[in-house]
Ligand binder design. Structure first.
Ligand code: ADP
Ligand code: ASP
Ligand code: MG
Length: 415
């Protein structure tokens, strides 16, 4: 379908009835201009958190299956309302839940992965000239139970639909103009990036730039589906294009500074230093589906050592319980957790061909008396764990040290 547009509107963009009306007008205009349109919506801003808080008031550890059913209702509300708003404008539209759009997932409740989408029904409706309004963030598993795709998952619903319907690109409409050199709500001087490669965006999303869910970028990269992130509030917004790296792209040494405040550090102290211990610890965590980020093992003293690792703070309680369960087997003396940490990262494709970037980052942090607790690097990023109380200052400082408010000169790659 050459005239197909797939758009996703985030929570703030459909946060009030007035916003829903404004979005409906925009879509109706597109429809009148002859486009076939699939719109994916998030729950109205704050709705998912509100529903989650209600469940947590009833029970400490709610069942994930019930949480999925509960949270998916947020997106059902916004998609039904947007469809009604379109119909009120005389624009034929049909709202569809994850089940109705044929979104099949595995059964990892609250963090399900998409397995397939049966778009037969969607294609039929599009041919009938209807705008399809899809409830994002949700699917069904083999048993027909509702699943959700992890926080921010409507981004992934949209990309998966764009891929299944063979759209040329997927538009993500949000409350900022695009992807910036840092969160514009923390660094007012942050500059919008015109083009970002999938690899850079993958790092940015996994390091705290919540403008896109990481799985959405993984999906887009895997299927080479370009993403256009732009403002739903400003029709003139050119946005940021996220696509495959090419030789014409700017390759700044550092493209952005990211902050992730939702991190926790766990230290298992005094474990016996012998082969197989790290494997015990991290296999147990992996078995429970917990992703560990950084790992440090101390120098051994008298046959014992300390192992520290970081993970998402939401997984901290579960990880502690897992460590307690294997404590006697691996000889743990003490388990310590710290949630007052943040991960600060710099990302840039140009780092591949430049040295000294990490040193500059460490020097800038030390000049602000910010202590670095852990470090990890990849080809195109450097991350530091620091105390949470310094995180805003650290982001602002690094943004200014790496001159991210200025458009970079073109960096030539070493061959
Ligand atoms: P939506 O509800 O539309 O999905 P999100 O709140 O999930 O929107 O993502 C948009 C937010 O991401 C912005 O309001 C901004 O505060 C935040 N953000 C964090 N880092 C960045 C960045 N580097 N560029 C743009 N936005 C960012
Ligand atoms: N409503 C869900 C959330 O708040 C999904 C999304 O917005 O993409 O995480
Ligand atoms: Mg989002």
């Amino acid at each position: 379908m050459d005239n197909l547009i797939v758009q996703k509107y985030g929570g703030t963009s459909v946060g009030t009835l007035d916003r829903i009306k404004a979005v409906a007008e925009k879509i109706a205009r597109l429809q009148r201009s002859g486009k076939s349109i699939v719109v994916v919506v998030s729950a109205m801003a704050g709705e998912t958190d509100k529903l989650l808080a209600m469940a947590e008031k009833l029970v400490d550890k709610p069942e994930r299956r019930e949480i999925d059913l509960l949270l998916s209702s947020g997106e059902r509300i916004s998609c039904a309302l947007l469809s009604l708003a379109l119909q009120a404008l005389g624009c034929p539209a049909e709202a569809m839940t994850g089940r109705q759009i044929g979104m099949r997932t595995d059964d990892a409740h609250t963090r399900a992965r998409i397995i397939s989408i049966d778009v037969t029904k969607a294609v039929k409706k599009l041919k009938e000239n209807k705008v399809i309004v899809v409830a994002g963030f949700q699917g069904i598993n083999e048993e027909g139970d509702v699943t959700t795709l992890g926080r921010g998952g409507s981004d992934t619903s949209a990309v998966a639909l764009a891929v299944a319907l063979k759209a040329k690109q997927c538009e993500i409409l949000t409350d900022v103009d695009g992807v910036f050199t840092a969160d514009p709500n923390i660094v007012p001087e942050a500059r919008k990036l015109d083009v970002v490669s999938f690899d850079e965006m993958l790092e940015m999303a996994s390091l705290g730039a919540k403008v896109l869910q990481i799985r959405c970028v993984e999906f887009a990269k895997k299927y080479n589906m370009p993403l256009l992130v732009k403002s739903s509030f400003d029709d003139q917004s050119q946005g940021t294009l996220i696509c495959e790296e090419n030789k014409d792209m700017e390759q700044p040494i550092v493209s952005g500074v990211m902050r992730d405040d939702k991190q926790a550090k766990i230290t298992v102290k005094g474990v016996v230093d012998k082969p197989g211990i790290a494997s015990e610890i991290f296999s147990a965590l992996a078995k429970a589906g917990l992703s560990v980020d950084m790992i440090i093992q101390n120098i051994s003293e008298e046959g014992h050592t300390d192992i520290s690792f970081t993970l998402a703070s939401g997984d901290c309680d579960e990880a502690i319980a897992i460590m307690e369960a294997i404590a006697s087997k691996i000889g743990v003396q003490e388990i310590i957790s710290d949630r007052k940490i943040s991960k600060i990262s710099i990302v840039g494709a140009g780092m591949r061909s430049h040295s000294g970037v990490a040193a500059k980052m460490f020097k800038s942090l030390s000049a602000e008396k910010v202590n670095i607790l852990m470090i990890s690097t990849s080809e195109i990023k450097v991350s530091c764990i620091i105390e949470k109380k310094h995180s805003k200052l650290a982001v602002q400082k690094l943004h200014s040290v790496f001159k991210l408010d200025k458009k970079p000169r073109k960096v030539t790659q070493k061959s």
